[in-house]
Design a protein around this ligand. Structure first.
Ligand code: GDP
Ligand code: MG
Length: 618
């Protein structure tokens, strides 16, 4: 293969790969810039000017729908790949990746069907391109784009806007600086009315990327010729004009094949009295060569920028690959190691949350500092130690014999009753811390980058952690309830010894002994009992405010820090190879993404090597 062929072939392969990977045109995609940096060739012209016919004769095969009226209604991105001499010719659509077409009549049918699929069987147009690749020893490496013809009026069945829509669509292709424009004008119309020249002059005023193509030379009025145009006198372009004779509709109807058509075209120019002197610079074969040569020089000039784009893409891909992680090991030992590493990574982050460095651990302190004291304050001791209740409890405890000095039993019952209230806040603290820990597990799993690719392992770690947390919670609950129970099992003797002895105060100075005796066994007495119990309870409350956090931290937080995954580790140790690899099942989307990345990387690296070798071989 010549340098030129390999250069264009290279670009073609990159473009092809870009399309397969979806890295082309317009999408918000970093890689589409590579596609746009590569040259392509688009045909522009009025309707029925012969665009599809020109493309076909460049390719050397019949496969495009042609005819009068609006036939081409979606852009067709046509990639030609030159293959080894003697190999089977075939075509492939991007939307039908598994199917190889060897019958080109079916290719044409598929283009029609695929157009209809998008636009319906109407005369509507659509800017969504159809991608077709042709692999053949008889083509040159090229990417060609067939576009709907420019029109001036909407025909029956088309909305008025269609004229503008077509122009916008065509313009979006030809305005790209890397687009080579094949401006098709029919020779049987005045060149001054050519839509192709009008548009190309707008987007390429200097004419450096426009190739003027004059079709239908055979249809010119007898006695006229197109020499003024072909020799550049009517409208000057940087590149020479090429005249073409495609098959007429009658030829098409008669199924005149391409080989014959090309021969006839050669004969036409060779024997033409008007164009004989230009014969070796006319015709579709010459146009194809001219295009390839032009593309070669364009690509040569672009090599540095293409190379740097490719290098940039490689860098981006490699960093993405690092991010996605390398493929998982296959042997059980390495898998076990990987799993343990992942667990440790998670555990590290979880610990950071608890010990600081990451947020969330402070919420545990919040439980002890706000929630617990607030809950303790809200306990209904006022009601429990109301005079009425104190009197009731004390009298019930006394039974038939009212107490003589101090109501020992009454005190005990009142205190026991009050202490029972502490169970609520104690358990609530345990639960609150439990939920904080659970939330931290969830957060930590989310923050463990390495785990992202393994949804199964993520779920398993979450389940194992939550199971452990549940166990810690049970244990913690038992412990705090015990703390509360311990308070009621033995009262602090000291406290009661220090209480001032209730002495006979002898009533009020006004002196009504009878009423003062009543007083003693009613209000003052019970109020005092109530207030004594209340201060005892407050003392206990202070103690519990300190001991509950200690118990909770000991049973839940410390355990979570030390042995959250211990149970899980023992379980994993017992697992077989198959179960281990199940744990390392990757997120299918991620696997897909990695494969895509790897494919791209391979492609870009191959391209880089190829570019290197081609650009040195000069
Ligand atoms: P498009 O709409 O620009 O794609 O035009 P087509 O390629 O579909 O051609 C429109 C019609 O013009 C078809 O019937 C072709 O056979 C006919 N045609 C195209 N080029 C030539 C030519 O050079 N000579 C003759 N006689 N007919 C042509
Ligand atoms: Mg067409």
């Amino acid at each position: 293969m010549t340098t030129m062929e390999s250069l264009i072939g290279l670009v073609n392969r990159i473009q092809r790969a870009c399309t397969v990977l979806g890295d082309y045109g317009g999408e918000d995609n970093a890689f589409s810039s590579l596609w746009e940096a590569l040259p392509s060739v688009a045909v522009v012209g009025g309707q029925s000017s012969g665009k599809s016919s020109v493309l076909e004769s460049i390719v050397g095969r019949d496969f495009l729908p042609r005819g009068s009226g609006i036939v081409t209604r979606r852009p067709l991105v046509l990639q030609l790949h030159k293959t080894e001499e003697g190999s089977q010719e075939y075509a492939e659509f991007l939307h039908l990746p598994k199917r190889r077409f060897t019958d080109f009549a079916l290719v044409r049918k598929e283009i029609q069907d695929e157009t209809d699929r998008m636009t319906g069987k109407t005369k509507q147009i659509s800017p969504v391109p159809i991608h077709l690749s042709i692999y053949s020893p008889n083509v040159v490496n090229l990417t060609l784009i067939d576009l709907p013809g420019l029109t001036k009026v909407a025909v029956e069945g088309q909305p008025e806007s269609v004229v503008q829509e077509i122009e916008t669509m065509v313009r979006s292709y030809v305005e790209k600086p890397n687009c080579v424009i094949l401006a098709i004008s029919p020779a049987n119309q005045d060149i001054a009315t050519s839509d192709a020249i009008k548009l190309s002059r707008e987007v390429d005023p200097s004419g450096e990327r426009t190739f003027g193509v004059l079709t239908k030379l055979d249809l010119m009025d007898k006695g006229t010729n197109a020499l003024d145009v072909l020799e550049g006198r009517s409208y000057r372009l940087q590149h020479p004009w090429v005249g073409i004779v495609n098959r007429s509709q009658a030829d098409i109807n008669k199924n005149i094949d391409m080989i014959v058509a090309r021969r006839k075209e050669r004969e036409y120019f060779a024997t033409s009295p008007d164009y004989g002197h230009l014969a070796n610079k006319m015709g579709s074969e010459y146009l194809a060569k001219l295009l390839s040569k032009h593309l070669e020089s364009v690509i040569r000039a672009r090599i540095p920028s293409i190379t740097s784009l490719i290098n940039k893409s490689i860098e981006e891909l490699e960093s993405e690959m690092d991010h996605l992680g390398r493929p998982v090991a296959v042997d059980a030992g390495a898998q076990l190691y990987t799993i343990l590493e992942l667990c440790r990574a998670f555990d590290r982050i979880f610990k950071e949350h608890l010990e600081g460095g990451r947020t969330g651990g402070d919420r545990i302190y919040g439980v002890f500092d706000n929630q617990l004291p607030a809950a303790l304050r809200k306990l209904p001791f006022d009601r429990h130690l109301s005079q009425q209740n104190v009197r009731r409890v004390v009298s019930e405890a006394d039974g038939y014999q009212p107490h003589l000095i101090a109501p020992e039993q009454g005190y005990r019952r009142l205190i026991e009753g009050a202490l029972n209230y502490f169970r609520g806040p104690a358990e609530a603290s345990v639960d609150a811390v439990h939920f904080v820990l659970k939330e931290l597990v969830r957060k930590s799993i989310g923050e463990t980058q390495e785990l992202k690719r393994f949804p199964t392992l993520q779920a398993e770690i979450a389940a194992a952690s939550n199971e452990s947390l549940e166990r810690f919670r049970e244990d913690s609950k038992k412990t705090v309830i015990r703390l509360v129970d311990m308070e009621s099992s033995y009262l602090t003797v000291e406290f009661f010894r220090r209480l001032p002895q209730e002495v006979e105060k002898g009533g009020s100075p006004a002196g009504n002994p009878a009423s003062s005796t009543v007083d003693r066994y009613t209000e003052g007495h019970f109020r005092r009992i109530g207030s004594n119990v209340s201060s005892y309870i407050m003392m206990v409350s202070e103690t519990l405010k300190n001991t509950i956090p200690k118990a909770v931290v000991y049973c839940q937080v410390r355990e979570a820090k030390q042995s959250l995954l211990n149970h899980f580790y023992t379980q994993i140790g017992k697992k077989e190879g198959k179960q281990l690899s199940q744990l390392l099942d990757e997120d299918p989307a991620l696997m897909e993404r990695r494969q895509q990345c790897a494919k791209r990387l391979e492609l870009y690296k191959a391209s880089r090597d190829e570019i290197d070798s081609v650009s040195w071989a000069r």
